[in-house]
Design a protein. Structure first.
Length: 136
């Protein structure tokens, strides 16, 4: 297979599978750590109006979703890419970082979580993916 086509398909697969992992964790997060009493996490408006009820433990699953989604996507892209595996992994990291940055503007969250999430959930996971999946 043409290396460029293979790299493009690896990136698409990384984005799709990373997104599936991210959304899967978000979907089950309420059963693992239930939202606080009276909180409506089903809509953006409900989340905005009840975010003050959330404790730090309620931000664990979103962080894991962002980190593990990025890690999965970056591993897939770098493992299946034909060339430039590190660049593919970092490209996936940037893609998810841009999504996380957009989410910061759409969804309310405490500043400490925003900083922690943007600093540790995306590019460090892409770096870790290079250590796991990149062939020498």
């Amino acid at each position: 297979m043409n290396p460029i086509l293979r790299n493009i398909l690896a990136c698409i697969a990384g984005i799709l599978l990373g997104s599936i992992v991210n959304m899967g964790i978000i979907k089950i997060s309420g059963t693992i750590i239930p939202p606080p009493n009276g909180a409506d996490a089903s809509t953006i408006e409900g989340l905005k109006s009840t975010i003050h009820l959330f404790e730090p433990k309620h931000f664990l699953m979103p962080f894991l979703a962002h980190a593990l989604g990025t890690l999965t996507g970056a591993i897939i892209a770098s493992f299946f890419g034909a060339t430039h595996q590190k660049k593919l992994a970092y490209g996936i990291g940037v893609y998810f970082l841009l999504g996380g940055t957009a989410a910061v503007f759409m969804l309310p969250s405490p500043i400490w979580f925003t900083i922690l999430d943007l600093a540790l959930a995306y590019m460090p996971m892409a770096y870790l993916a290079t250590k796991i999946a990149v062939r020498n």
